[in-house]
Design a protein around this ligand. Structure first.
Ligand code: ADP
Length: 578
């Protein structure tokens, strides 16, 4: 059961008041009784001392009958029992009973004390009158100052008790009035103390329900007032921050809704917890939230992307095609909560432009190829003619430029073909050693002209690999051509060896080398380290790009190590079966 503060305070006060009143009553009843008994005992002692000379006189003269008469006439008048006992404990006179019928009193404690010269006092149950009594025994002396007997005065305690009961009733009445008064005060005080707390609790409930305009006004001037002021300040601040947050959220919502990219937020279970309008438009679904993504988006590549992100807890980007469009999907893993944000960037337009560009390059290259071949044919015919030295010089220059143009066109066609997503390898068994031997023959003349040494070292029992022999030849031509082109002296060493589950081809030259900062860029299209040198040597900047494409199509790897002035080493690893 809920116990309110009011009940707790009021209950506490009531308990304290009741315990106090109870203790005071017990204490005062006891004190009252003790006080009455003490007063009565003193009165009895005084009375005894007043009566004792007359009683002693009659006792010393042996006038026992008169003594008994005195007791019986005085006792009832003053409502006190008077008894006279001789030193042997025999009763000589008694105001209530006939002395002969009474038993020996020597063993009574008060008589015992009085026989020894002290005033005896005792409260006991009297077997004679069958009531609680207060006894006072006064020692009586004879002419020789010896003990002549004892004068005992007894008072019925029931008289004291009825007196005390009267008093108790009055005290109880007063106690009841006081208790009732204090209880009322306690109730009022509890109410005053608990009201501001109740107000505060109800205001806090209101705030929790979003009513931030809630204020508390209290008449108190104490800590509760401070609490109320702090509460009011707190609600004002919360209202301010809440409004600011709502404004920011609205802004963010508007931005997210208006961006072109589709946006999805998935929880750790794959449920869509947020999405923007663009993605709804893309997927042609109105209500996406609170549903698992796989129920709505059935794109295998996207499933794979999400699985990879979740498994590796890393961000991934992938091209995804659906609904005849191409999207660049970036999936970001959010660590707290293991959520995933996926942004769908529509790159269909860019892809289309790229396609147009590639088509243009291929078409232009094809268109150029025929006239260039014709020009080269005519130049070769001209070369056979008997020309003057000037004309021969012109023909040689035209031939160099036409060769360069033919190279560019061939490289452009090759790279366009390789970059085409549909590029396929025509796999056959390739003996790399024979392929290299044949390729090297192409360069015999150039090698001799430059005075270079070419060595081919092949490991014994080298296995054949599965590969596209035409493209592999193209790759080797480009690499060996570069090695010869960029070496003025020394040696070109080509080695073939087993490497794991494949074959490693190493082409090492002692040429000009490549500066360190250029090495990461040399595989990019049209990248040349030294433009004028490359142009002079007939380079297009496409050779290594073609090489890299061919290696990757064979699932291989290519690495380069080079030092200017020392030489360059290309290492290609090709698997036995791509
Ligand atoms: P290019 O047709 O100009 O040779 P490549 O793509 O084949 O273009 O090579 C890119 C650049 O890398 C070249 O311009 C050249 O500077 C550098 N390079 C390639 N191979 C070598 C090599 N064996 N020695 C020194 N430099 C080289």
């Amino acid at each position: 059961m809920k116990r309110s503060i009011f009940l707790k305070i009021a209950g506490g006060y009531a308990a304290v008041i009741l315990i106090l009143v109870f203790l005071i009553l017990i204490f005062s009843f006891r004190t009252l009784k003790d006080f009455y008994i003490e007063t009565s005992a003193n009165n009895l002692k005084n009375l005894g001392l007043v009566l004792s000379p007359e009683v002693s006189r009659l006792l010393n003269n042996g006038r026992t009958n008169e003594l008994d008469g005195l007791a019986k006439s005085v006792g009832p008048k003053i409502n006190i029992r008077i008894t006279v006992i001789d030193p042997d404990g025999r009763v000589l006179a008694d105001s209530e009973k006939s002395p002969e019928t009474m038993e020996n009193h020597s063993t009574r404690p008060e008589i015992f004390d009085a026989m020894r010269g002290k005033i005896g006092e005792s409260i006991r149950f009297s077997t004679t009158v069958e009531q609680d009594m207060l006894y006072i025994a006064i020692p009586l002396t004879d002419e020789n100052a010896g003990t002549a007997g004892v004068l005992r005065l007894s008072l019925f305690l029931k008289d004291i008790n009825s007196l005390i009961t009267n008093l108790k009733t009055k005290v109880l009445q007063i106690a009841f009035i006081i208790t009732a008064f204090f209880m009322l005060m306690a109730l009022l005080l509890s109410r005053t103390l608990s009201k501001p707390i109740r107000d505060l609790a109800s205001a806090a409930r209101n705030v929790a329900q979003g009513n931030f305009g809630m204020k508390i006004f209290t008449k108190n001037r104490d800590e509760l007032k401070e609490l109320a002021d702090s509460f009011n300040y707190m609600t004002t601040q919360i209202k301010k921050y809440f409004e600011e947050l709502s404004r920011q959220k609205e802004e963010v919502d508007t931005i997210i809704s208006s961006i072109q990219e589709g946006l999805l937020l998935l929880d750790s279970q794959g449920k869509i917890i947020f999405c923007n309008d663009s993605i709804k438009g893309l997927l042609k679904v109105d209500n996406l939230t609170e549903k698992p993504y796989w129920q709505i988006i059935r794109i295998p590549e996207l499933n794979e992307l999400i699985k990879s992100v979740r498994a590796e807890k890393k961000n991934f980007t992938n091209k995804i095609e659906f609904d005849e469009k191409t999207f660049l999907c970036s999936a970001t893993f959010l660590n707290p909560g293991e959520r995933i944000v996926i942004v769908f960037n529509n790159i269909t337009g860019i892809k289309h432009l790229e396609r147009i560009k590639k088509d243009l390059v291929i078409n232009v290259s094809h268109e150029l190829k025929t006239p260039l071949t014709a020009i080269k044919g005519f130049i070769e015919t001209l070369e056979g003619e008997n020309l003057g030295s000037n004309s021969r010089h012109y023909v040689d220059t035209i031939k160099t430029h036409v060769d360069r143009l033919i190279n560019i066109v061939q490289d452009l066609l090759a790279i366009s073909e390789l970059e085409d997503r549909g590029a396929r390898l025509e796999l056959v068994n390739v003996n790399l050693k024979s392929l290299l031997e044949n390729t090297l023959k192409i360069f015999d003349q150039k090698v001799n002209e430059k005075g270079l040494r070419v060595t081919l070292i092949a490991e014994n029992n080298l296995p054949e690999i599965k590969g596209d022999s035409y493209r592999l030849e193209q790759m080797l031509i480009n690499l060996i051509d570069n090695a010869i082109k960029y070496s003025e002296k020394g040696e070109i060493r080509i080695s073939l060896q087993h490497h794991g589950k494949g074959v490693e081809i190493e082409i090492r030259d002692t040429g000009i080398g490549i500066p360190r900062e250029h090495i990461p860029l040399i595989f990019e299209r049209f990248y040349v380290v030294d433009k004028s040198r490359s142009r002079k040597l007939g380079g297009t900047g496409l050779g290594l790009s073609i090489v890299k494409h061919i290696v990757l199509l064979h699932n291989g790897e290519i690495n380069v190590e080079s030092a200017p002035g020392v030489g360059t080493k290309f290492t290609i690893t090709l698997p036995l079966n791509p």
